[in-house]
Design a protein around this ligand. Structure first.
Ligand code: NDP
Length: 337
C-alpha cells in the first residue's frame, strides 16, 4: 500500500519536501476488520490547518502520520458482517491507496452508486457546509443580494445556486474570466466579478447596486475589503473560511482595519458568525441530503469536479486548489474502481 505522510510542517505553501510517499506492507485482516481500496480522495482547504501545529478546532496531524482526508472506497475484503466485498463506502482514511478499519464511522453508499465521488462534494461536507451556512446563518430572503467568493468551488457554487433557488440576486467572485463565465452561464448567478481585475472593487459595487444583504465569507483578504463598505444595515456574514490567508506567514500589510470593521458591525448591526460544519450542524445532515438530492434530480443544482489522477499528484493538486488553479471540487482518483 502507498501512503503520503506528513514529514515536516510547511512554512507558507506546502511543498513535496513536507511529505513522503511510502510503500508499506498491509497486515493480514483480523476478525471484524475491512480492507478498503481508495478510489477517490477529497482535497479540502481545511487540510492546510491540519499540517500546522497552530492551535485550532481540531488537532494537527502528527509528524510521520498519514495525512487525513475523506475518501470514497470500495470494500476489497471483509471480515465484518456489516460490509460486503465490492460495496462502496464514504470513509476518512486519508492520503493512502488502501486502509484497514474496523468499520466504525463508515457510511455505506451501496453496490452501484450513480456518482460515488459526489459523497465528497455536493452530497457531502462541502455541499452541507454551503447549505447550513447560507440558510441557517445567512437567512437569505427573496429579493436580497447575496455575494459569495470562490464561486466555482464546491462550497461557493452551491451557496450561489441555493440562494438563486431562494429567490435572491446572486453575485459571485472568482479568479479569472473562464470561472466567472461558468458562474453566470452554468450556475445561473446574476453576475460574477474577477477578483484579479484592477478595478475589482468598483465592478463589485456596480454589480451590487442595492448593497449586500448576505456575504458568505470563503476567502477573506482583498475580497472582504471590497465587500465591507457595501454591506447593508442588518446584513449577515456567515464566516465559513478564509482561504486567502491559509498559507500566510505574517499579518497582512497596511493600516490596521480592525477599528473600522468593528465600527461597521456596530453601526450597521451586521451579524457575522463563524461555524464548523460537523461540530455545529452534524445532526442536521439528513435535512440537507433530502433537499440536495431533490435539487440534483430536478436539475436545479449543477456540480463540477476537478479530477486529478494518481496519489503522486496529491500535493500538487492540493496547492493548486489553495491558490485557485482548480476549477470545481478537487478530487484525486487514487485507484480505478
Ligand atoms: P475551493 O475548491 O473553492 O478552493 C478554494 C478557492 O479559493 C480557490 O479555488 C480560489 O478560487 C479561491 N481563492 C484562493 N485564494 C484566494 C484569494 N486570495 N482571493 C480570492 N479567492 C481566493 O474550496 P472549497 O469550496 O472546498 O472551500 C471554500 C471555503 O470554505 C474555504 O475557505 C474552506 O476552508 C471553507 N470551508 C469551511 C468549512 C467549515 O466548516 N467552516 C467546511 C468546508 C469548507 P478562485 O480562483 O475563484 O479565486
Amino acid at each position: 500500500s502507498r501512503q503520503l505522510t506528513l514529514e515536516s510542517r510547511p512554512n507558507g505553501a506546502p511543498t513535496d519536501e513536507n511529505f513522503k510517499l511510502k510503500t508499506v506492507e498491509l497486515p493480514a485482516l483480523k476478525d471484524g476488520e475491512v480492507l478498503l481500496r481508495t478510489i477517490y480522495l477529497s482535497l479540502d482547504p481545511y487540510m492546510r490547518g491540519r499540517m500546522s501545529d497552530a492551535k485550532s478546532y481540531a488537532d494537527p496531524v502528527n509528524i510521520g502520520d498519514v495525512m487525513v482526508g475523506a475518501t470514497v472506497c470500495q470494500v476489497e475484503e471483509s471480515k465484518n458482517d456489516k460490509f460486503n466485498e465490492g460495496e462502496w463506502v464514504l470513509a476518512y482514511t486519508g492520503w493512502q491507496d488502501y486502509a484497514i478499519t474496523d468499520g466504525e464511522g463508515l457510511m455505506q453508499l451501496g453496490k452501484e452508486p450513480a456518482n460515488p465521488s459526489y459523497a465528497l462534494g455536493i452530497m457531502g461536507m462541502p455541499g452541507f457546509t454551503a447549505y447550513m451556512g447560507l440558510l441557517d446563518i445567512g437567512q437569505p430572503k427573496e429579493g436580497e443580494t447575496v455575494v459569495v467568493a470562490a464561486a466555482t468551488g464546491p462550497v461557493g457554487a452551491t451557496v450561489g445556486q441555493i440562494a438563486k433557488i431562494k429567490g435572491c440576486k446572486v453575485v459571485g467572485v472568482a479568479g479569472g474570466s473562464e470561472k466567472c463565465a461558468h458562474a453566470v452561464e452554468k450556475l445561473g448567478f446574476d453576475a460574477c466579478i474577477d477578483h484579479k481585475a484592477d478595478d475589482f472593487a468598483e465592478q463589485l459595487e456596480k454589480a451590487c447596486d442595492k448593497g449586500i444583504d448576505v456575504y458568505y465569507e470563503n476567502v477573506g483578504g482583498k475580497v472582504f475589503d471590497a465587500v465591507l463598505p457595501l454591506l447593508n444595515t442588518a446584513a449577515r456574514v456567515p464566516l465559513c473560511g478564509l482561504v486567502s490567508q491559509y498559507n500566510a506567514t505574517s499579518l497582512p500589510e497596511g493600516p490596521d482595519r480592525l477599528g473600522m470593521l468593528m465600527g461597521q458591525l456596530l453601526t450597521k448591526r451586521i451579524k457575522m458568525q463563524g461555524f464548523i460544519i460537523f461540530d455545529d450542524y452534524g445532526d442536521r445532515y439528513d435535512e440537507f441530503a433530502q433537499d440536495m438530492q431533490k435539487w440534483l434530480e430536478d436539475g436545479k443544482i449543477q456540480y463540477r469536479e476537478h479530477m486529478v489522477e494518481g496519489i503522486e499528484n496529491t500535493v500538487g493538486a492540493f496547492n493548486d486548489m489553495i491558490c485557485g488553479k482548480n476549477f470545481g471540487k478537487t478530487v484525486v482518483k487514487i485507484n480505478n474502481p
